[in-house]
Design a protein around this ligand. Structure first.
Ligand SMILES: Cc1cc2nc3c(=O)[nH]c(=O)nc-3n(C[C@H](O)[C@H](O)[C@H](O)COP(=O)(O)OP(=O)(O)OC[C@H]3O[C@@H](n4cnc5c(N)ncnc54)[C@H](O)[C@@H]3O)c2cc1C
Length: 288
C-alpha cells in the first residue's frame, strides 16, 4: 500500500534541486513514476516528499543543434519513438524506444527515469554508452557533464548526487561511414541480454569500434577485448564472429532466474554477432 507523501511541483531545475537538498533522504525525483511508485507501493522504499519534475518546462524537448542530438530527461520512450528528429539523427534510438516494455510504460516512462533508476535491464543505456552519449546533471544552479559510460556504477547505482537532476542526454552526430545496431533477447518485457555495436568503416576497414553489452551484468559495459579484435580489420564474417565470441567470453554476467552464466554468455555472443553484422552493413552503406 502506498503510504502518504507530499508532492512538490517546482517550476525550475534549480528549485527542484534545492528541494532535494532540503529534504535529503526523505525526497525523491518523480518523473513518470513507472519504477518509483511500484517500489513505494511494495514498501521497498518510502519518500515522504516527491519532487515532481514534470512541472518544469522544456525538460521533454528533443532537438538537434550543432552536431549534437539533445534529448530532455523527461522525453518519454513514446516521444523518442515518434520523434522525427530522432528518426533522422539517431534512428537506432527510436527503434530501441519502440521495443521498450509495453505501450502503457512507454507513454509514461521517461528516458531520464530509465537511466537514473539504473535497473540493469535497460535497452537505451547500452545504446547510449555505445553512441558516446553524455548525461547532463544539474545541482542548484550548476551543471556538469558525465559520459554515459561513467554514469552507471552498479545495480541501481550511478554517480548522480542525491540533489542532482538529470536534465538531458547529448549524443554526438556519428558522421559518415558509421553504422550502429542493437539486438536484444527477452523472455518477458525487460531484456535479459542486449548488445549495441557502433562501427566506423573507412575504405573497407574498421577504424573505430564500440561494443557494449547490457542487461546481463550490473551495468552496461564496453568489451575491450572484442573491440580490439575489430580495429584495423575488414568487417568480414569471421572477424565479426570472433569479436562476438569474445564479447560472450568477457562480458560481466550475473546468474539469475532468467538463466545461468553460460546460457547468458551464449546469448550475448549471438546478439553481438547480429549487432556487429548489422552495424557493419550500415557503416558500409553510410560510407558509399
Ligand atoms: C513492466 C515494465 C517493463 C519494462 N520494460 C523495459 C524494457 O523492455 N526495456 C527498458 O529499457 N526498460 C524497461 N522498463 C523500465 C522503464 O524504461 C522505466 O520504468 C522508465 O523509463 C522509468 O522512467 P520514469 O519516468 O517512470 O521514472 P520514475 O519511476 O519516475 O523514476 C525512476 C527513478 O529515477 C529517478 N529519476 C527519474 N527522473 C530523474 C531525473 N531526471 N533526474 C534524477 N533522477 C530521476 C527517480 O527518483 C527514481 O529513483 C520497464 C518497466 C516496467 C514497469
Amino acid at each position: 500500500m502506498l503510504r502518504p507523501f507530499e508532492i512538490h511541483e517546482p517550476a525550475t531545475v534549480t528549485a527542484a534541486s534545492r528541494l532535494l537538498a532540503y529534504y535529503g533522504d526523505e525526497a525523491a525525483v518523480y518523473a513518470g513514476g513507472t519504477e518509483l511508485l511500484p517500489v513505494m507501493k511494495e514498501g521497498l522504499a518510502h519518500y515522504p516528499h516527491l519532487v515532481n519534475i514534470k512541472t518544469i518546462a522544456g525538460l521533454e524537448s528533443i532537438a538537434f543543434h550543432q552536431g549534437i542530438l539533445r534529448i530532455g530527461a523527461l522525453a518519454t520512450h513514446r516521444q523518442i519513438e515518434r520523434s522525427p528528429v530522432v528518426r533522422e539523427r539517431l534512428p537506432l534510438l527510436g527503434q530501441v524506444a519502440c521495443g521498450v516494455a509495453n505501450l502503457r510504460v512507454r507513454i509514461a516512462g521517461t528516458l531520464g527515469g530509465n537511466l537514473c533508476f539504473a535497473e540493469p535491464h535497460s535497452d537505451p543505456a547500452a545504446v547510449l554508452v555505445a553512441s558516446g552519449a553524455t548525461l547532463v546533471l544539474a545541482r542548484d544552479a550548476e551543471e556538469r557533464r558525465v559520459s554515459a559510460e561513467a554514469f552507471f556504477t552498479g545495480i541501481l547505482q550511478t554517480v548522480r548526487l542525491p540533489d542532482e537532476i538529470l536534465t538531458g542526454v547529448e549524443v554526438p552526430d556519428p558522421g559518415p561511414g558509421v553504422g550502429a545496431a542493437y539486438h536484444r533477447f527477452a523472455l518477458h518485457e525487460r531484456p535479459i541480454a542486449g548488445v549495441a555495436a557502433v562501427l566506423a568503416v573507412h575504405e573497407g576497414i574498421i577504424t573505430r569500434a564500440c561494443l557494449v553489452v547490457g542487461s546481463v551484468g550490473p551495468i552496461p559495459a564496453r568489451i575491450a577485448e572484442a573491440e580490439a579484435g575489430l580495429i584495423g580489420q575488414a568487417p568480414a564474417g569471421s572477424v565479426l564472429s570472433a569479436a562476438a565470441e569474445a564479447a560472450g567470453r568477457h562480458a560481466d554476467v550475473l546468474e539469475d532466474l532468467y538463466g545461468s552464466v553460460d546460457y547468458k554468455r551464449h546469448i550475448v555472443a549471438v546478439m553481438a554477432r547480429r549487432a556487429l553484422k548489422e552495424a557493419a552493413a550500415r557503416g558500409h552503406v553510410e560510407a558509399t
